[in-house]
Design a binder for this molecule. Structure first.
Ligand code: UDP
Length: 378
């Protein structure tokens, strides 16, 4: 085979559940183009069980599993180990390029290792910023550093693209693609429609007179007092609103689980459940009346599902959801959370305005666009 039509080898690297969800559509597209690309899938397993569930759901096979998750491991310890592990894989595979996603320690170390070996880097979901070094920590710096290491920047929105341009990233290397999470979401939604047996897993959803508030809260910035506030707000919300149930898949991190269990276990109409596989979580989002979250990905998904979102963070890098009218940034003040939830419970006009806001994160074809660009340029 001549060099010109030799397959291009790509190492796709991810470590956490959200990275896996957002990279699955890209891996599937690469595999569909197997005459052009040889795909090597590698994980650091920065998350373990929650990541494995995504891989099982989408039937993704790993070529490398560094299995680096440890209890009570700080992000810097992980960064050191991840860098050493990925360095070896890249030396061995010597790919034509790598693909990374988002802003985790895995994203950053894979990019740094590739840079040192002069391997081109494609960064998916590039350009998100809060412009606050420590919020989210260490993600804001992981993604900034990755932007300055990467060669192809796949920006999900115009704002993300503009953020990159304002940091002097070459315009010619930035591509507006939408967010691959919408691809993954649409794919899973189709499957749910086909075999709708998820409802048996959530018997409390059968009472249609109740409004479901779905909650996720496990960001590092919210450990301690902010999480205590969130939990107190949830308790008061169910006490004051008898037509409400709260469903909260609780992250296993002890900083989260201990505090949530302590205050919310055994409270009527609050269902603390284990983290769900992606398909079940999407089903639950679709059943929810509103979503309270500190997650990034959930903000993107909920606005595509027409579910009002209250963001329990001080800052968001998904300002687009707020600007589109789909989300409100409520922070972690108890009274503010209760106030906004009750507005959405009682004011049909506000609810409908938020639910009808147009999703600003893409059309579900981001992965296809990314692969087309790579085919033309690598
Ligand atoms: N998610 C899931 N199961 C759950 C909770 C969330 O599959 O029990 C999914 C959710 O749909 C989204 C992603 O996990 O795609 C978000 O992960 P997380 O909040 O941990 O990270 P972030 O998006 O803030 O980086």
């Amino acid at each position: 085979m001549s060099k010109a039509n030799k397959k291009k080898k790509v190492v796709v690297v991810f470590g956490t559940r959200p990275e896996a969800i957002k990279l699955v559509p890209v891996v599937k597209q690469l595999q569909r183009n197997s005459s052009v690309f040889e795909t090597v899938v590698c994980t650091t397993a920065q998350h373990r069980e929650m990541l494995d569930e995504v891989l099982d759901l989408f039937d993704i096979k790993l070529q490398y599993d560094l299995n680096l998750m440890r209890r009570n491991q700080g992000p810097l310890d992980f960064t050191i180990k991840g860098l050493a592990g990925i360095k070896k894989i890249l030396e061995r595979e010597n790919p034509d390029f790598i693909l990374v996603q988002g802003d985790t320690a895995t994203t950053f170390v894979a990019s740094l290792a590739a840079f040192h070996q002069r391997i081109p880097i494609g960064h998916i979901e590039a350009g998100l910023r809060t412009n606050d070094k420590y919020n989210p920590f260490p993600e804001e710096i992981n993604r900034r550093l990755t932007s300055h290491l990467a060669d192809f920047h796949f920006a999900p929105t115009v704002r993300a693209k503009d953020n990159l341009i304002s940091e002097n990233i070459s315009k010619a290397s930035i591509f507006l693609t939408g967010n691959t999470i919408i691809d993954a979401l649409f794919y899973v939604l189709k499957g749910i429609k086909k075999n709708n047996n998820c409802c048996d897993k959530f018997p409390y959803l059968k009472d249609k007179s109740k409004k479901v508030i779905l909650v996720t809260a496990h960001r590092r910035e919210n450990f301690g007092q902010p999480l205590q506030n969130i939990v107190s707000a949830l308790k008061k919300i169910v006490e004051r609103n008898k037509d409400v149930i709260v469903v909260y898949p609780v992250h296993p991190n002890p900083n989260v689980k201990k505090n949530v269990d302590k205050l919310l276990a055994d409270i009527e109409r609050i269902h603390l459940i284990v983290p769900l596989n992606y398909a079940d979580f999407v089903y639950l989002m679709n059943q929810a009346y509103l979503i309270l979250t500190d997650s990034g990905g959930v903000q993107e998904e909920a606005s595509s599902l027409g579910k009002p979102i209250l963001i329990m963070r001080d800052k968001t890098e998904r300002v687009e959801a707020v600007e589109a009218g789909a989300a409100e940034l409520v922070g972690t003040n108890v009274n503010k959370i209760i106030k906004f939830v009750e507005i959405l419970l009682n004011d049909a006009k506000v609810y409908s305005r938020m639910a009808k806001a147009v999703n600003p994160f893409g059309d579900g074809a981001a992965a296809e666009k990314i692969i087309k660009i790579l085919k033309e340029r690598i």
